[in-house]
Design a protein around this ligand. Structure first.
Ligand code: ATP
Ligand code: MG
Length: 571
């Protein structure tokens, strides 16, 4: 889109590009004043210390989305200043995920570690200018000297070291002469500043650790705060968009950039995404993986984009969700149900409808000819005529859902029960004529009679049935494993209490074996989307093997009967 026509002007023909927000407004204003010569250049700057989660999607959509709208560019930059926590596994998964979400950084892939030499040179410059010093206090002592929100800090006894001594010590820090944690390089700003970030923050620390890109080249590493703003500056980012917790760091980023006299991006903060029942901290998500509470970073219960993808959420649904939540300057909490709404809305359009029985109950149609098989015509997707039709085999013995039969039906229960007639989807009307029970008195099999006049689902005499149920022909069914998921946490706020592990939902995964699926699912491919009629949206799991497909429930359809029953029980 041409940025010059994005400003509503009298007689202008360009429509507004969706609901506006304060960051877009700033960009529009900057275009008007020519602040960055019409450039819009953003970046998405993850630290490669974990997999991306749904919160990152908000930031990705914002950074890539806004730049695209203004004909600008977005960089992918790894803020990799913390070698102990970072790994190429995370780098690879992050790139994969951003692409999957539908965004492209072209050739603009960067690493803060590529700027280590430049950052080191800038540190020397600040030392020479008397604005940085080597401090021999331990981390603990630095913390103690820092003061509190109400009391000023105490200056370090090394604060007034001569420039030459600082230069010498810093170079020897780099040369590896000192052990980890024995010294730091600190900015000389203001120990009495009301902003704690300005009380002589640490710029460099000694750390003899191997870095995933620079190996053992460095044994001093810049702190995130000394790397982030300058990295944006090096890349000539115009609008440096980040989450609200960095608002207090902005004066420090500005200070570094002003002291160094380098190009100045504008930092703008927005609210991070919080979702009910969802954990967003990478550190805690790593704990869940390491302690085996989930099967891995891409476990479909995880809020990681890798997990969500495996669960069957689509990039379109996530982008629509991110668009709908907007951005603001105050942190709130979004209902998980809203995300699920966008998933249902998207899958409704794209998922092929199929019949699958998760908890099978055998049905014998006594008056249906033994050995006969009919091919019933079924609609693949009522929302998409181009998806066409398929044939589903019908025979004398079928499976239906255990839930679709009640020997003693409660009021308002209109599915199958003794003497009751229902419609088999795309099949016939059947009436339940008998029940076979096992020694424990549980219903093992039911018997029905069908009306041959009702093929396709309508009675020539116009009589009606109150319910339509799905089924799968027993002799044609394929066996599958189906994994049903519930929220990973029981509490709306998973961080509530003293230990987030206590909030884990012990029933977040239910594995069903020997589910019965219609035969068209025999050659399903990983991550294919389906609607199992009346049950929900499902997606083929990569664990599937030939002859043994595995499906994940992406999201349930809203089950009206479950709601009625819950309401009745609550009375
Ligand atoms: P976490 O706290 O989960 O570890 P982080 O902020 O440390 O996340 P980064 O890798 O630094 O993770 O994040 C990359 C970018 O994504 C940053 O610009 C950050 O502000 C943004 N981001 C992280 N979490 C969220 C969130 N929940 N909502 C919106 N943006 C987020
Ligand atoms: Mg971070």
């Amino acid at each position: 889109m041409n940025p010059n026509v994005s400003t509503p002007e009298p007689g202008g023909s360009a429509p507004a590009p969706g609901p506006s927000n304060f960051i877009r407004d700033i960009m529009v204003e900057d275009q008007k004043t020519g602040k960055y010569q019409g450039r819009v250049h953003t970046r998405f700057p993850p630290e490669p210390n974990g997999y991306l989660h749904i919160g990152h999607a908000k930031s990705i959509c914002l950074n890539f989305g806004l730049a695209a709208e203004f004909g600008g560019k977005t960089n992918l930059r790894f803020d990799d200043t913390n070698p102990e926590k970072e790994d190429t596994e995370y780098v690879d998964s992050i790139m994969d995920t951003v692409r999957w979400l539908g965004f492209d950084w072209d050739d603009r892939l960067f690493y803060a570690s590529d700027y280590f030499p430049q950052l080191y040179a800038w540190a020397l410059q600040l030392i020479r200018d008397g604005k940085a010093y080597v401090c021999d206090l331990s981390a603990e002592e630095v913390r103690k000297h820092r003061g509190t929100l109400t009391e000023p800090g105490t200056p370090s006894p090394y604060r007034n070291r001569p420039v030459e001594e600082n230069l010498d010590l810093f170079q020897r820090m780099k040369a590896g002469e000192f052990p980890d944690g024995s010294r730091t390089l600190r900015a000389k700003i203001d120990m009495a500043s009301p902003n704690l970030n300005m009380r002589d923050p640490v710029m460099y620390r000694i750390l003899h650790a191997e870095h995933h890109r620079t190996g053992n080249e460095w044994c001093i590493y810049p702190m995130y705060d000394f790397a982030h703003g300058q990295s944006d500056s090096i890349e000539r980012i115009t609008h440096s968009i980040c989450t609200l917790e960095f608002e207090d760091h902005r004066p420090l980023y500005d200070w570094y950039i002003d002291q160094l006299g380098i190009y100045h991006p504008r930092q703008i903060e927005f609210d991070r995404l919080n979702l009910t029942y969802t954990m967003m901290s990478k550190r805690k998500l790593l704990t869940l993986v390491q302690e085996g509470h989930v099967r891995g970073w891409d476990d479909p219960r995880m809020p990681t984009l890798a997990g969500i993808r495996r669960r069957g959420y689509t990039p379109e649904a996530i982008r629509n969700f991110c668009k709908s939540i907007g951005i603001s300057k105050t942190t709130g909490i979004v209902e998980l149900g809203l995300l699920e709404h966008y998933v249902r809305e998207d899958l409704n359009k794209r998922a092929a409808r199929v019949m699958a029985v998760l908890r099978p109950l055998r049905v014998v149609i006594d008056n249906y000819p033994e050995g006969q098989v009919e091919e019933m015509e079924a609609v693949n997707n009522p929302e998409d005529a181009s998806a066409g039709m398929r044939k589903v085999p019908f025979s004398r013995v079928l499976y239906i859902e255990q839930d679709d039969f009640r020997e003693d039906p409660p009021k308002q229960y209109f599915r199958l029960s003794p003497g009751r007639e229902v419609r088999l989807r795309y099949g016939y009307f059947v009436t339940c004529t008998g029940v076979v029970k096992n020694a424990e008195g549980q219903v093992e099999e039911i018997h029905c009679a069908y009306d041959p006049e009702t093929r396709g689902g309508n009675a020539p005499d116009g009589r009606r049935v109150k319910s339509t149920i799905h089924w799968v022909s027993a002799q044609h069914a394929i066996d599958a494993e189906v994994r049903l998921y519930d929220n990973l946490f029981l509490t709306e706020d998973p961080n509530q209490g003293d230990d987030f592990r206590k909030n884990l939902n012990p029933n977040s995964l239910e594995v069903l074996e020997h589910c019965k699926l219609e035969p068209s699912l025999a050659d399903t491919a990983p991550l294919a989307h389906y609607q199992f009629e009346r049950l929900g949206y499902f997606c083929t799991d990569p664990d599937s093997t030939p002859g043994k497909p595995v499906f994940n429930r992406t999201v349930a359809l809203r089950d009206t009967w479950a709601k009625i029953e819950k309401r009745e029980k609550g009375k």
